[in-house]
Design a protein around this ligand. Structure first.
Ligand SMILES: *Cc1c(COP(=O)(O)O)cnc(C)c1O
Length: 482
């Protein structure tokens, strides 16, 4: 398996899975993709149906990572996808399934289900990929005798998923910037209560954007970055995307009895990482009818799939919503799909994403390419705060199930795309406890709290407050990496 950039770099060169694992963008600014998608045969699909999650993950990942010996990869997936790690299940008997499927009921002539992806340590779907990444990073660094210092900024979900994935890992330190006193008590406790010596929580006296600006400033200091071995774990990381392919297969098997059936997935979307994995599963041959992209008020992606116009939003047009992990101004993984949509033509991708930088977007309506988006199964919809509140209330009353705000965006949009006889699977991306305020607004009660999190706000917290100053952050990192 060779990896190429969506903008053309690396064609004719050799880039293995391990080569691109620790990096971010390709050197031409594009995103890495395999030179072709591996296909799944009917025999394989039949055999995979009965596999436990970890072994299914092994079978899928090995098709993308032929430079990792099978026995090592199998050990890594078995260590990652365990009932102990994904223990925050709502039904005890589901603990071994890692991503249990919960059928809500029959609507529009078809079962409507939730695929639970948020039973991991931070109660959001990002754990599904990040936990594997932690083990893959540790494995690869040890193999090459290297170390890595991960620098990131977070307003909640990504940062905590990265910390819980990297805690205690050899050769890795995490420096995570978060806005001082701006996160919920629960999110703050989740991150700051970690006592592992390789995890550094840095509370910046500023807002989330200030944290992001500091990360950019540090990353732009190439000498410092190289000397301190600074890396990131953002959503464009290829291994994160490919790890997410696994649960589309798992969800398909849980929702069907035979491999002749088709299903649709609805995916609460922000940076297009999650649904990009669904696209890849479909390209591999998983019988997927529709991939429904659900956005909140930040509807960059919904606009594209309705009109063919991709228009990046200014920060003044990017809203803070009650499904905050989908509050994006541009979708950083979208370029991967555009590459496929344009028949894998890197010159055109390069031109379009130059237009994004220079003119703020592009329009594929006129060129005729856009019509093909539907051939790839994509449709979309958007949701508002009132929709979320109504959906949380409705699902609770009808099905006695409490869902979080992002999943509510998914259910709302899924209901607009039901087709009789084709099971609809909504990806559940977080547990309600993470977004308690909206749960209280919708249900006038407290969100359910998994047992492992009782009293987490009272645990001792380990963090350092720093001024909103990139130089100060560099000093802090340098002092701790000596
Ligand atoms: C990150 C996140 C999303 C968006 O996923 P993308 O891969 O960025 O599309 C949705 N819901 C939750 C809870 C998240 O944490």
């Amino acid at each position: 398996m060779n990896y190429i950039s969506t903008r053309g770099a690396g064609i004719g060169e050799r880039h293995t899975f391990s080569d691109i694992l620790l990096g971010g963008l390709a050197k031409d600014g594009g995103l890495y993709l395999p030179n072709e998608y591996p296909k799944v045969s009917a025999d394989e699909l039949a055999r995979w149906r009965a596999l436990p999650y970890a072994d299914l993950a092994f079978e899928i990942l090995r098709k993308f990572s032929d430079d990792i010996p099978d026995e090592d990869l199998r050990e890594l997936t078995r260590r990652t996808y365990t009932a102990q790690v994904y223990c925050n299940v709502r039904d005890e008997e589901n603990a071994a399934q890692i991503t249990p499927l919960k059928t809500l009921g029959v609507e529009g002539g078809t079962p409507l289900s939730l695929l639970e992806l948020s039973n991991g340590p931070t109660l959001a779907f990002k754990d599904m990929a990040m936990q594997l990444l932690g083990n893959l990073f540790e494995y690869t660094l040890a193999k090459h005798g290297q170390t890595l210092n991960i620098l990131g900024a977070t307003s909640g979900d990504t940062g905590s998923a990265a910390e819980y994935a990297m805690r205690g890992k050899k050769g890795i330190r995490v420096f995570m910037l978060s806005p001082h006193k701006k996160m919920s008590a629960f999110q703050t406790a989740q991150m700051y209560s970690l006592q592992d010596p390789n995890i550094f929580n840095i509370a910046i006296e500023g807002v989330f954007d200030d944290c992001q600006d500091i990360v950019k400033a540090v990353s732009n200091d190439h000498a410092f970055k190289a000397q301190q071995k600074i890396g990131t774990v953002n959503s464009i990381n290829w291994a994160r995307v490919v790890a997410q392919v696994v649960y589309y297969f798992k969800g398909y098997f849980a929702a069907t009895k035979s491999n002749d059936e088709r299903v649709s997935f609805t995916v609460p979307s922000g940076n297009f990482g999650n649904v990009c994995a669904g696209h890849i599963a479909r390209m591999m041959g998983l019988p997927v009818e529709k991939l429904v992209v659900a956005t909140n008020e930040n509807d960059v992606l919904d606009e594209f799939f309705r009109t063919g116009i991709y228009r990046v939003r200014k920060s003044s047009e990017t809203y803070h919503t009650s499904s905050p992990s989908m509050d994006i101004s541009k979708a950083s993984n979208f370029e991967r799909f555009v590459f496929d949509l344009l028949g894998r033509d890197p010159k055109r991708v390069l031109q379009l994403f130059r237009d994004v930088e220079e003119k703020g977007g592009f329009d594929l309506q006129a060129s005729g390419d856009f019509a093909r988006a539907q051939e790839f199964g994509f449709v979309s919809g958007r949701s508002s705060h009132d929709d979320r509140v109504d959906t949380i209330r409705d699902v609770f009353e009808q099905y006695d199930t409490m869902i979080d705000t992002h999943t509510a965006d998914g259910v709302k949009v899924a209901r607009e795309h039901l087709q009789a006889g084709i099971p609809m699977i909504v990806l559940e991306t977080a547990q309600p406890i993470k977004f308690g305020e909206t749960i209280r607004e919708a249900l006038e009660r407290e969100p359910e709290r998994p047992a492992a999190f009782s009293g987490i706000e009272d645990l001792p917290q380990r963090f350092e407050v720093l001024a909103n100053d990139a130089e100060r952050v560099k000093e802090f990192v340098a002092e701790r990496t000596r």
